[in-house]
Design a binder for this molecule. Structure first.
Ligand code: SF4
Ligand code: SF4
Length: 222
């Protein structure tokens, strides 16, 4: 799922400083699961903003809401009237939610309250680690299901760098070297020959290197 965390309160307060009436809009999707943007996060942030503004002698009116998903028109359209009644929307959805608000409801201004991080795996309660960078040409079928794009600091495709030692990444010793993990996993699966196959150089145009990407689902157009 998409993992995001909240911007520092001071940054949020600065971004809404000109406004006296805002909507604080969460999202019931991924950011609810990672605790940064669900209904409870909306309630908590709203009260922190009210307290800070009250202390600064500049009260603020906050309309709170949490649509099921902020990246889908049908869910945000339900709040159109309320959005029209505020000066700005502070969004605690991922960057797609913020941009959906700004593009689809272009007459209003939506400001991000979160920093969107990555597509993550739930390691334990309250802890996620990056697992997919959306590279557009998945290689998990030959790496034993472990991603060298999201999990190797150098995005290597042909084995570990010279700095891998004791199963740890040289860039961050707290992190396991994914190429060690790939080797161990392929060994366990009796597929070490995967590492001997010479593959063509990676075409990074499937990633963001060739500009904005898009996906068209033909059947949806029928
Ligand atoms: S190879 Fe690409 S698509 Fe597959 S998990 Fe890694 S980043 Fe995601
Ligand atoms: S130590 Fe391993 S994970 Fe770290 S940069 Fe080198 S190959 Fe990648």
């Amino acid at each position: 799922m998409i993992v995001a965390d909240r911007k520092p309160l001071d940054e949020i307060l600065a971004s809404i400083e000109p406004y006296k009436k805002i909507m604080l809009m969460g999202c019931g999707g991924c950011v609810t699961i990672c605790f940064s943007g669900g209904a409870k996060a909306v309630e908590l942030l709203a009260s922190q903003i009210r307290m800070a503004r009250n202390k600064a002698g500049s009260d603020i009116d906050i309309v709170e809401c949490t649509p099921e998903r902020q990246c889908e028109f049908e869910f945000i359209d339900a709040f159109k009237e309320q959005i029209a009644s505020v000066e700005a929307v502070l969004s605690i959805a991922c960057g797609v939610g913020v941009q959906t608000m700004n593009e689809h409801l272009a007459e209003g201004v939506t400001i991000p309250g979160l920093n969107t991080k990555f597509m993550g795996y739930p390691v334990e309660h309250g802890l996620w680690q990056e697992r997919c960078a959306g590279c557009g040409d998945c290689v998990l079928q030959w790496t034993g299901g472990l991603c060298p794009v999201a999990r190797c600091a150098k995005r290597l495709f042909n084995g570990p760098c010279g700095g891998s030692a004791g199963g740890r990444c040289e860039v961050d010793k707290e992190v396991e070297c994914v190429w060690q993990l790939i080797h161990d996993r392929l060994e366990k699966l009796n597929k070490l020959e995967n590492l001997e196959i010479v593959r063509p150089a990676r075409d990074w145009r499937t990633s963001t290197n060739a500009g904005q990407r898009k996906v068209k689902f033909e059947e949806a157009m029928l």
